[in-house]
Design a protein around this ligand. Sequence first.
Ligand code: PMP
Length: 422
Amino acid sequence: MMANNIQDIRTDFPILDREIDGTELVYLDNAATTQTPESVYEVFETYYREYNSNIHRGIHTLSHEASVAYEEAHDRLAQFIGAEGREELVFTKNTTESINLVAYGLGLRNLGPDDTIVTTEMEHHASLVTWQQIAELTGATIQFIRVTDDGHLDMEHANELIGPETAVLSVTHVSNVLGTVNPVAELAELAHDHDAYVVVDGAQSVPTRPVDVEEMDADFLAFSGHKMAGPTGIGCLYGKRRLLEEMDPFLYGGEMITHVTFDRSVWNDPPWKFEAGTPPIAEGIALAEAADYLDDIGMDRVREHEDRLAQYLLERLEARDDVTVYGPPSGEQRAGLVSFNVDGVHGHDMSSLLNDRGIAVRAGDHCTQPLHERLDIPGSVRASFYVYNTTDDIETLLDAIDDANAKRDAYLRSERYHDAIY
Ligand code: PMP
């Protein structure tokens, strides 16, 4: 499919025409932030040109138009992940805020020293640090499902850990370092057998594959707009309607109430109960356009495209003896990202050498320090793909890695020469 119309897709993203010091940009940092198609920022611009206004507070035309568009954006995002409607979809700032909302609204209020929070060794700090903090504040115990050497969750260990004391299972759907696609439906079933709440970090899955909250039976699902062709400053928290109705708010103020007296306040219905103050209106409306853009391509096709590129890079890197690749090997189900290290070249040096060739990748611990500790490495280089990337991009990356190796060899030779002379 996409091989036929990838050039059309690329023209939707004018930033891809940029040059970095005279070299064409090759953008392979999509797991951090994806680029935005023109249609999305046109929606943004139309909002500011034609109906910029605060929502829900005015009966004038602009406010009405903004309110309707913002409310409908909730429905659109709910539909994108198979939820019922706006009542189940809260707009937040990003995945991090979505997870914090559940952790504070539900975890902090309900957990105690007899409870256990089960999570995994491959969590992003957005989830790991947050639940660690809730454990500290409530006296609950936090436990981590082990990651196997080939980058999967150890399901035997998951079965051992998830039990009657488990109050929360928080798991990432797709690892932002290993590319592993976790069996979230199976884990959710295990957790629900013990009446635990299931929180899924969908930051890397919602943008890259079809995700259906009913199929996976998640109680909560968090994701970010800026990783799915949408703007920054907007994220989503899906929650089952009953749970959002029961859950306490996290932020207090205007819009999240129906009635206030000097003595007490009555909360609004979800999702507004969780959206205190003026929300990211333009961002929410533009994110709905991003969902349209992705659905026009088809999320099955997005997944196939990502998978094809990941396999292409994996096979080439695995064929080299100077590269270590992390996560499941080629041939297995993977998301469109590959983390690796090249012998003798520090990740930051590699990233900088690649930048000299116009290639944007990310190096470091990718907000997963405990996972890197588990892998016994200080960091890794990550190349990650989206709908506009091609196998040519990967060839450019591989050439640049060769170039970096040549520089390393020349450097080592000069060191030896230096040692021999002095
Ligand atoms: N979880 C995962 C798996 C991620 O990859 C990221 C972003 N790197 C986050 C959470 C946090 O997303 P945000 O910074 O948008 O809150």
